[in-house]
Write a new protein. Structure first.
Length: 298
């Protein structure tokens, strides 16, 4: 099928009639009918059957639309990008981020960036760590912001900043403490765990194993703000990333970085063959500055 035939098929499929498809495409009804008939002749099977004045897609049409639908979704994205690029200072960023950075840090950076570049538009996807790689490869997003993205032959990565794990706990639960929370104080305690939460959950797991530290993981979660909220509701203890702790501050609770420090990196990643656009690189500089400013206020 030629693209024009696909375009007509798509319009008739969604609008249900030749006349409605012609109006949507801005062409004459005879033009739509002729193109549709040519498509059916080329394919060797009918795409629609007339029933009570309405065109009903055949089984073959449904199968074809499952493939064509994705093509037209991508075309819509391409058209949006072209519109944005045609405007001076414009652009479009399809961004994928892990949930904890979506709570506050990335929205802060986006708001700051859009004050300086209001014509740039964003499409934001929130994914758990492992899903970001597949979203890049499947081209659902152009740029991923994650904790320590896994090595992959098709990915290009670069570190933006460093972060730390912190312990969130009710005020006074552990008595007087210094600027850091001794990790050994978690021994034999009930802890809302984050061991399933990707690479920075692994940081705590490794540290506990190296120190022979055993605590009771009463709940294991994949999302840090769920761990923080559960701790606040239950008066419990959890180990989470500092960015979630900053965004989920609540009266009666304290958070402190650990002793020894449990550090991780925040990086951007993109496909090797699709390096960040000019506006994406500008946004990354804003995000890097936001991360640095936030951590300097610790």
């Amino acid at each position: 099928m030629r693209f024009r035939q696909l375009e007509v098929f798509h319009a008739v499929y969604h609008h249900g009639s030749i006349s409605a498809a012609a109006r949507a495409l801005g062409v004459s009804q005879p033009s739509v009918s002729k193109t549709l008939h040519h498509a059916e002749d080329n394919l060797g099977f009918p795409l629609f059957q007339l029933s009570r004045g309405r065109l009903i897609p055949t089984d073959e049409a449904h199968a074809l639309m499952r493939e064509a639908g994705d093509l037209f979704d991508r075309l819509g994205t391409l058209q949006q990008t072209a519109r944005n690029l045609s405007q001076a200072g414009g652009g479009h960023i399809r961004l994928g981020i892990v949930p904890s950075l979506a709570l506050d840090i990335v929205p802060q950076a986006m708001a700051q960036f859009r004050r300086e570049a209001p014509r740039v538009t964003f499409e934001v996807h929130t994914h758990h760590h492992d899903d970001l790689v597949s979203s890049l490869i499947e081209r659902e997003i152009d740029l991923a912001i994650a904790y320590t993205p896994p090595p992959h032959p098709r990915l290009s990565r670069q570190v933006l900043a460093e972060g730390e794990l912190v312990v969130l706990f009710p005020d006074g639960m552990f008595g007087p403490l210094g600027p850091r929370f001794p990790l050994d104080l978690l021994a034999d305690r009930d802890v809302i765990g984050v061991t399933a939460a990707g690479p920075i959950g692994d940081v705590l797991t490794r540290a506990a194993r190296e120190r022979g530290l055993v605590f009771r993981e009463t709940v294991s979660v994949q999302t840090f703000f769920i761990a923080a909220r559960l701790a606040q509701l239950e008066g419990g203890v959890t180990v989470i990333d500092e960015f979630t702790a900053r965004a989920r501050t609540a009266p009666g609770f304290t958070w402190l970085p650990t002793d020894p420090p449990l550090r991780f990196t925040i990086s951007w990643a993109t496909l090797e063959e699709r390096q960040p656009s000019r506006v994406a690189r500008q946004f990354l500089r804003t995000l890097e500055a936001t991360l640095s400013e936030t951590r300097s206020h610790a």
